[in-house]
Design a protein around this ligand. Structure first.
Ligand SMILES: Nc1ncnc2c1ncn2[C@@H]1O[C@H](COP(=O)(O)OP(=O)(O)OP(=O)(O)O)[C@@H](O)[C@H]1O
Ligand SMILES: [Mg+2]
Length: 174
């Protein structure tokens, strides 16, 4: 069992990257009045056909070749269901995939969000060919981070440049 929602998000985004996504949008919406926490990861990767989509939440379905179980989606589903929530997947072949998980915000089993900014920094630096958009809202306040305008300004300067990393940390409020 993963102890932080950020680590679940990392797993789900890794699926997007494995599916060839060039853009991944991560939304975390916390609403304490509705008592909900919603995580949504949307990508423009290769998507799944209806048969694959139906089996995607099954631990014994994977297109991995290194082992025969795939646990990213089943773990997220289990985590959500332990908190009065659920997980759903929408996907269209050649278009992309959206994974949504809902949690009861105040539920005793609801793990903390964890290091969302650190997770994002790792993803951004490790996948320079992919654009990432993060939107994290708590009630009426929203934090936004988008690699697209940053990359436009950087031009040829690599994301791994120490000055760029320092800037990314600042933008992510780390
Ligand atoms: N965003 C996505 N786009 C396309 N296919 C996906 C996506 N997410 C999951 N899949 C498909 O669903 C399968 C199951 O995903 P899951 O994360 O549960 O396991 P895995 O990625 O195969 O292995 P693990 O997460 O344990 O490393 C994947 O192998 C892949 O075929
Ligand atoms: Mg996975």
């Amino acid at each position: 069992m993963l102890r932080e929602l950020a680590l679940h998000i990392l797993d789900i985004v890794e699926n997007s990257i494995n599916a060839g996504a060039t853009r991944v949008t991560i939304e975390v919406r916390e609403d304490t009045r509705e008592d909900t926490l919603i995580i949504r990861v949307a990508d423009n990767g290769r998507g799944m056909d209806a048969a694959a989509l139906q089996r995607a939440g099954d631990p014994f379905f994977t297109t991995r070749t290194t082992r025969r179980v795939g646990l990213g989606l089943p773990f997220l589903k289990q985590a959500a269901e332990m908190c009065n929530g659920l997980m759903s997947i929408e996907s269209q072949l050649g278009v992309g995939t959206t994974v949504t998980a809902t949690f009861q915000h105040s539920h005793l089993n609801r793990m903390p969000l964890g290091d969302l900014a650190g997770t994002l920094l790792t993803l951004v630096i490790g996948n320079p060919q992919t654009d990432f958009i993060l939107r994290h809202s708590v009630n009426d306040e929203t934090f936004e981070f988008d690699t697209r305008p940053i990359k436009a300004v950087l031009g040829d300067v690599p994301l791994s440049d120490p000055a760029v990393i320092a800037y990314l940390k600042q933008a992510l409020e780390i």
